[in-house]
Design a protein around this ligand. Structure first.
Ligand SMILES: Nc1nc(=O)c2c([nH]1)NC[C@@H]1CN(c3ccc(C(=O)N[C@@H](CCC(=O)O)C(=O)O)cc3)C=[N+]21
Length: 287
């Protein structure tokens, strides 16, 4: 296996965290304060517990203060909305993240819309989605922004290239297609109802797989020399974490490829820190 063609998300995330740690130190020097992130975790789903613990640890690494707020999975929507409102008003909190998924009695769209857009470090609020779509400055969703950073920092040129995005979710597919267009790529969107998927994906210079189905992108979907970004987070029958791309089949023909784990996931976490620092800087400079 040729290590040089892997785009290593862990290495790049570490580089970004180093840059953010310096910026946090400068902010602390100038203002006497540190960025603050509040993470709300409803219930005790083991996967969510692991993710949230990771986020808290990441914050410590760069000097961001974090606050984990736990709520039982029986919480009513109104109570969760009140908790968000309280954090909206808290001057020590610059970023608010409500871990998804939420229990059935809670409408996630209502909760996301309750977060102050300038504290919406997931970039999920409709105002931030609309600002991205219209080309205004905004807090960017972490996974799409992480993908863009991976491409840029590993020297992949985007302008004029054909990017094919598989998956049209609000958290990955749609925003990553907008970001790639902003970088002057020609973008094709594919989804579960696309006919002859492989016909489209084989045209890709840059292929982004964000479907959530284990190993659905195989060798026949990929043009020789393509750059392949795997956003999938699936479990194999053996319980291992694996992507949407059949890595062993695709790696030999790709020019660059991201592994799972160790690819997009760590970048997503790094961009959450980036957004928290950005939100804090905006808050401090507005006075
Ligand atoms: N409000 C909200 N915001 C989120 O950003 C959010 C969320 N809810 N709910 C769940 C998903 C999932 N997600 C991950 C991020 C990084 C890794 C990650 O770093 N994964 C490691 C491996 C972790 C492992 O080994 O289990 C990797 O890919 O190398 C995983 C999952 C963020 N999410």
């Amino acid at each position: 296996m040729e290590q040089g063609k892997w785009i290593d998300g862990k290495v790049l995330a570490k580089e970004i965290k180093g840059e953010l740690a310096k910026e946090v130190a400068v902010l602390a020097e100038e203002t006497g304060e540190r960025p603050g992130l509040a993470v709300i975790l409803v219930g005790n789903d083991p996967a969510s517990e692991t993710y949230v613990r990771g986020k808290v640890r990441d914050c410590e690494e760069v000097g961001i203060r974090s606050q984990l707020i736990r709520k039982p999975d029986t919480i009513e929507e109104d109570e969760l909305l009140s908790e968000v409102q309280r954090l909206n008003e808290d001057p020590a909190i610059h970023g608010i993240l409500v871990q998804l998924p939420l229990p059935d009695q809670i409408n996630p769209d209502r909760v996301i819309s309750e977060i102050r857009p300038d504290k919406d470090v997931d970039g999920f609020h409709p105002l931030n989605a609309g600002r991205l779509a219209t080309g205004l400055d905004s807090l960017l969703p972490c996974t799409p922004h992480g993908i863009l950073q991976m491409l840029k920092r590993s020297g992949v040129s985007i302008a004029g290239k054909h990017a094919v995005v598989v998956g049209r979710s609000n958290i990955v597919g749609k925003p990553v297609s907008l970001l790639l267009q902003r970088e002057n790529a020609t973008v094709t969107m594919c989804h579960s109802r696309t006919e002859d998927l492989a016909h489209h994906t084989r045209q890709a210079d840059i292929l982004v797989a964000a479907v959530g189905r284990l190993h659905m992108i195989t060798r026949q979907h990929v043009r020789e020399g393509a750059v392949v970004i795997d956003v999938g987070m699936n479990r194999t029958p053996e319980g291992k974490l694996a992507g949407d791309v059949d890595f062993d089949a695709v790696e030999p023909i790709a020019s660059r490829i991201t592994p799972v784990p160790g690819g997009v996931g760590p970048m997503t976490r790094a961009m959450l820190l980036y957004n928290t620092v950005k939100a804090a800087r905006t808050f401090f400079t507005k006075g």
